[in-house]
Design a protein around this ligand. Structure first.
Ligand SMILES: Nc1ncnc2c1ncn2[C@@H]1O[C@H](COP(=O)(O)OP(=O)(O)OP(=O)(O)O)[C@@H](O)[C@H]1O
Length: 398
């Protein structure tokens, strides 16, 4: 939280008083030989730290501007935030290579001289990605995917938590993992669970958000996404709907297709740009593996593919148990019975059945959900699912 002006003034007065006291102590210490070298050095260090802090707090605010051009005599043209362009000098501490047109700079209030080059702000779409410092999903929240979870933990958790396992054997961990499965089967859950287990920052991005209308925008977003992940490392980048940006490249392409392909090329470059032992891991998810560009699937990119199908009766029973465990339900309810009559349900649909059953109980003025509520809810949710499939394009997962 930024200090208010009053708080800043109070801070400066306190620091100045401390500074005066320290100077007096230092004077005494220098005259009075009883002080050891070490004590003298500590006092001098404290004094210079406080002086630096005072200078920082008392320095005038800087103006934000943008650099328009670099002139042959090393002066630059800047556009201040107030509007006009100025030709100004540059602080000698700024590396010349940082002075590029478009760079965001800070300008001295009196002379407008360039004092620093600021990092470009990350695109709101990137910072708007779902960033969860520590997702609250654990492996126990996921039913019916024990085998797939084991594969994912080997490919992502071990390299992040126990990199020496791979070093000892002398192999490199997979760089990218691709979760392939129909909607609502737990792909996002799995990515969050492994981020939770590895204390990694979870950054979720939907592929279609990378497909931008302006040329080069998609590629820039990909660059910034990976830059953010490196900044927040250890981190897991989860790109959902990878097929919307990673579809097979076609020869004859519209400008929109070419833009998607530029974005894909940038994604491939980023994947190639970091080592398998880096603490940034990539998990992709798709329910259309058939249209993915082969370049994405070659070794060194998304080189571990984990299939996640619809849960079998065992899996459905586990998923019902997981979601029922948070509910007030009739003790006689048997999750297995429900699992046996929901053979095409995904995990998401099972969750919806539980939610719908709870709402039926509430509508009826009860605070305990009965088996009848669950069977009625099942009819409603599965019917809705069937209607959705009837109207869905025939090419869905297959
Ligand atoms: N295997 C599962 N175990 C427990 N809950 C599940 C499972 N699969 C799905 N769910 C429930 O469905 C919700 C959606 O799951 P999730 O977001 O992981 O699906 P997804 O495969 O990523 O879907 P999509 O492909 O549409 O993004 C979860 O929040 C959870 O409540």
């Amino acid at each position: 939280m930024e200090d208010t002006l009053e708080e800043l003034k109070a801070k400066i007065i306190t620091l100045e008083e401390r500074n005066i006291r320290l100077m007096e102590d230092l004077q005494t210490a220098e005259n009075d030989k009883r002080y050891s070298e070490g004590e003298l050095f500590r006092l001098q260090k404290d004094h210079s730290r406080i002086r630096a802090e005072l200078e920082r707090l008392k320095s005038p605010p800087l103006i934000i501007g943008s650099l328009r051009d670099v002139l042959p005599d090393n002066r630059v043209v800047v556009k201040s935030s107030t509007g006009p362009d100025f030709v100004v000098s540059v602080s000698e501490y700024i590396p010349p290579e940082d002075l590029v047109a478009g760079a965001r700079v800070t300008l001295n209030k009196q002379t407008l001289a360039v004092m620093n080059v600021l990092p470009l702000p990350l695109d709101p779409v990137v910072t708007g990605a779902e960033i969860v410092e520590k997702p609250d999903i654990s492996y126990e929240d996921i039913g019916g995917l024990a085998k797939q979870m084991l594969e994912l933990r080997e490919a992502v958790e071990d390299p992040l938590l126990r990199p020496e396992l791979y070093a000892k054997v002398g192999i490199e961990p997979p760089k990218g993992v691709l979760l392939v499965g129909p909607p609502g089967t737990g792909k996002t859950l799995m990515a969050k669970a492994v981020a939770n287990a590895t204390n990694a920052t979870f950054i979720r991005f939907v592929g279609s958000e990378l497909v931008q209308k302006y040329i080069g925008e998609g590629a820039r977003l990909v660059r910034e996404l990976f830059e953010l992940a490196r900044e927040k490392a250890p981190s897991i980048i989860f790109i959902d709907e990878l097929d919307s940006v990673g579809a097979k490249r076609m020869d004859v392409a519209t400008s929109g297709d070419r833009e998607v392909q530029r974005t894909l090329m940038q994604l491939l470059a980023e994947l190639d740009g970091f080592t398998p032992t880096s603490d940034v891991k990539i998990i992709g998810a798709t329910n259309r593996p058939d249209i993915l560009d082969d370049a994405l699937l070659r070794p060194g990119r998304f080189d571990r593919i984990i299939e996640i199908g619809l849960p079998d009766v065992e899996g459905r029973t586990q998923i019902f148990k997981i979601h029922m465990s948070h509910m007030s339900i009739d003790k006689a309810i048997n999750p297995r019975k429900l699992a046996e009559v929901t053979d095409t349900a995904s995990g998401a649909e099972i969750k919806s059945i539980c939610t719908e059953a709870g709402m039926l109980a509430i509508r009826d003025g009860r605070d305990t959900v009965t088996e009848r509520d669950f069977f009625q809810a099942k009819e409603k949710v599965m019917e809705a699912g069937r209607n959705k499939i009837k109207s869905a394009p025939t090419h869905m997962f297959g």
